[in-house]
Design a protein around this ligand. Structure first.
Ligand code: TYD
Ligand code: MG
Length: 496
């Protein structure tokens, strides 16, 4: 048996499972029943060194188990060596602390993307030394967005597009379709992390795009790319590289509706910014910020997928309005939503019909069905109308997912309007939060909502009561203390 890997020094035992088995067999073959000091030392070290790591989620256990207690997968625990080195001092580490007030602010900390929408979503450009994860369903346009960014970004440095999915010829076709001619974009069709690290050191790019992180692999961790361990480890390697060079990294990650593939969620805590790319009606794409260490985390960029790629949408405020002349149909309310740093006028559509079989159901996939049920309950309790025997359908024109509480008042009024078949007044925008007690609460950036709605031709805005009336002067503003007060005021006039 080879003993070169089995020295008995406490901190230097390096042995793999095959050598360990041979070693133990050797001890038995030699008839050694009582271990001598060296062997005891070896066994002690082995006890300290070996543990079992789940190949799916990276969970570690001191003993082998058939099922990982963390992710629940069977037969995924593999023997692994513990990384000791707690006593190893890092050489070359600067141990001095710096008073915060004396830290010099650096100019040019961000790259200008050359694209207003992407700049806004990232908080004013790409922070140098940052890692950005962009997730979205396959085919939504992630590669298109990254190629366009590679072309528009304002830098003379080299840009490296690491492609594990498309060949250079396929990417060239993609780039030709987008009219990209920039000479500093280089393609590296590789998935092996050590090869990627070598090329990164040689090329020294300022922008690195990895398409996609699910294809990148370290063969020492296994032969299957896309496992949790592979994604975590390879991401860590890439993030460390850009952090130490002030370059920027985009990691593309596919997510599926079923979530069957290990998604990019598992590396959200490792990156600085998490963007999600979502689709809506009419080829509209939303680029949302879910996390951003260097900017607002609720920003939204809006694009339209065209023949020549993703085009930023200029008239976003009116994008989600149906063009209607004259009166609104019953069940329709228009609301100014505060999305990111701007206001979008959005049409809420409700339909209320008698329930089949007597069981009331809510069909709403763009506003949380629980919010719709709450609105219906508040209407039943405080306005004395019956919705229990009715099916409720709710839609948001244009396919926008609405989460903010400012939609509660227009939702309640649209439901009321649909139930009684009485339309809401036209050219009226409505916003406000509704409490369970039926009060209308104020919402953030009410002034900006009113200003945007009035600029877009809405002559009347209905919402919560405001103390400083002078701050809202661009349109006729009516504030109400309660839902009952609002309903009585609006619908009494309509029914007369
Ligand atoms: P792609 O960026 O390859 O998606 P992902 O990387 O998220 O999988 O985009 C694929 C889709 O985009 C494909 O259906 C074709 C469409 N597309 C356009 O409509 N216009 C274009 O200019 C380009 C390049 C793609
Ligand atoms: Mg792609």
């Amino acid at each position: 048996m080879s003993t070169n890997s089995t020295t008995t020094a406490r901190n230097t035992v390096r042995i793999n499972i095959i050598n360990k088995n041979l070693f133990c067999q050797g001890i038995k073959d030699c008839g050694i029943l009582e271990a001598n000091g060296d062997i005891m030392q070896y066994i002690y070290c082995m006890k300290q060194k070996i543990h079992y790591v789940c190949s799916q989620c990276g969970h570690a256990e001191p003993k082998w188990l058939g099922r990982c207690p963390e992710c629940g997968n069977w037969n995924t625990l593999r023997e692994a060596e513990k990384q000791t080195g707690g006593s190893v001092k890092k050489t070359g580490t600067n141990l001095t602390t710096v008073p915060l007030f004396s830290v010099q602010k650096k100019e040019d900390m961000r790259f200008d993307c050359g694209n207003e929408e992407i700049n806004r979503v990232l908080g004013g450009g790409i922070m140098k030394g940052s890692a950005i994860l962009i997730g979205g369903e396959p085919g939504i346009g992630k590669s298109t967005l990254m190629l366009q960014l590679s072309s528009s970004i304002k830098t003379n440095g080299r840009i490296l597009y690491i492609s594990g999915e498309e060949s250079p010829a396929q990417l060239k076709m993609h780039a030709d379709r987008l009219g990209i001619k920039k000479a500093t974009i280089e393609v590296f069709p590789e998935t092996e992390i050590s090869a990627i690290n070598t090329v990164l050191d040689r090329v020294n790019p300022v922008l690195v795009i990895v398409d996609s992180i699910q294809t990148i692999i370290d063969h020492e961790l296994g032969i299957v790319a896309g496992s949790v361990n592979q994604i975590k480890y390879c991401s860590q390697e890439l993030i460390e590289w850009v952090k130490t060079r002030s370059a920027a990294l985009f990691l593309i990650g596919h997510v599926t509706k079923e979530g069957s593939i290990a998604g990019p969620k598992i590396i959200e805590h490792m990156v600085d910014t998490v963007l999600s790319f979502e689709t809506a009606d009419n080829d509209i794409r939303f680029l949302r910020t879910n996390k951003n260490r260097f900017g607002s985390s609720d920003e939204i960029g809006i694009f339209k997928m065209s023949e020549s790629g993703l085009v930023p949408v200029k008239n976003a405020a009116t994008l989600f309005l149906e063009q209607r002349a004259g009166e609104l149909p019953p069940g329709i309310a228009i609301t100014p939503l505060y999305e990111g740093s701007r206001v979008l006028l959005v049409e809420i559509q409700c339909l209320v019909i008698p329930a089949k079989g007597g069981v009331s159901r809510v069909f709403s996939d763009r506003i949380d069905a629980r919010m719709v049920s709450k609105a219906a309950a508040v209407l039943e309790k405080h306005l004395n109308i019956r919705l229990t025997d009715y099916d409720i359908y709710v839609n948001v024109a244009g396919g926008l997912q609405v989460k903010e509480v400012g939609v509660e008042l227009p939702l309640c009024l649209a439901l009321y309007s649909a139930r009684l078949s009485v339309p809401l007044p036209h050219a009226t925008a409505i916003c406000g939060e509704v409490s369970l007690a039926g009060e209308i609460r104020t919402i953030k950036r009410l002034d900006l909502r009113v200003k945007t709605a009035s600029e877009l031709g809405f002559s009347s805005i209905l919402g919560p009561q405001v103390e400083e009336k002078n701050s809202i002067k661009d349109a006729e503003y009516k504030g109400y203390a309660s839902l009952k007060e609002a309903v009585l005021s609006i619908f009494k006039r309509r029914q007369q």
